[in-house]
Design a protein around this ligand. Structure first.
Ligand code: URA
Length: 219
């Protein structure tokens, strides 16, 4: 509830900043006027997210890409945002980068895709594959935090810099932090390169392989 409340406040502040405000006394959302509680099951949370219109990505999306996988997964992957293929299918990581992610899960972690959970920082496709804006990412964040809270993974893998940044608040470059181990709220976070980066830079697969072996060891 506090996360959703903070996300709405932050959204309000970003909107005011875009309008040119430098200082303001925001009128906080009153919890009794808004239902700020998110459901406590993944299926009801998905239902709520599928009707979400909290940011402008909802205007151009075809489908909300909530996430999928084992609701009690030990390993939880977070990407950046659904691409066009995911937008039309409603499933995360089903395009070329998804095929690579699936091979990484199967061939290195020796798990099936259905054993892990896969989602993104934002649940709707940004047109032209733009990086989600801070407003979009923060507005969508309560869904992700609730998915993590309900799934209770041991390890969260941040795929790429956007996922790492919004999960930790750290804006270091991904090349500097990949493979590092972070103890967060009840889980261990490990950042690595995004599969679409690997499609463009196949030589970085070696480093992702090392990061996945570290994840395997930690399990
Ligand atoms: N890239 C992402 O970050 N997420 C997807 O679901 C697909 C491509």
């Amino acid at each position: 509830m506090k996360n959703l409340h903070n996300a709405l406040l932050l959204k309000q502040l970003y909107q005011l900043k875009q309008l040119g405000y430098k200082y303001t006394s925001v009128v906080p959302y009153k919890e009794e006027e808004l239902n700020l509680t998110l459901p406590n099951t993944l299926s009801s949370l998905e239902k709520q997210a599928s009707n979400c219109h909290l940011c402008e990505l909802s205007k151009s999306r075809q489908k909300v890409v909530f996430g999928e996988g084992n609701p009690q997964a030990d390993i939880f992957f977070v990407g950046e945002a659904p691409a066009a293929t995911e937008d039309s299918s409603g499933k995360p990581f089903v395009g070329r980068s998804g095929e690579l992610l699936t091979r990484m899960i199967e061939n290195v972690l020796n798990l099936s895709r259905a054993d892990v959970y896969i989602t993104n920082i934002v649940k709707c496709h940004p047109s032209n594959n733009q990086i989600p804006t801070p407003t979009q990412a923060h507005t969508c964040q309560p869904y992700l935090l609730k998915q993590i809270e309900l799934t209770k993974p041991k390890i969260v893998v941040a795929l790429g810099v956007t996922a790492y940044h919004y999960l930790t608040g750290d804006d270091s470059a991904i090349a500097e932090v990949r493979g590092t181990v972070h103890k967060l709220n009840g889980y261990t976070l490990i950042p690595t390169y995004h599969p679409s980066y690997l499609l463009r830079n196949p030589s970085a697969k070696k480093e992702v392989f090392e990061d996945l072996l570290k994840i395997k060891e930690l399990m």
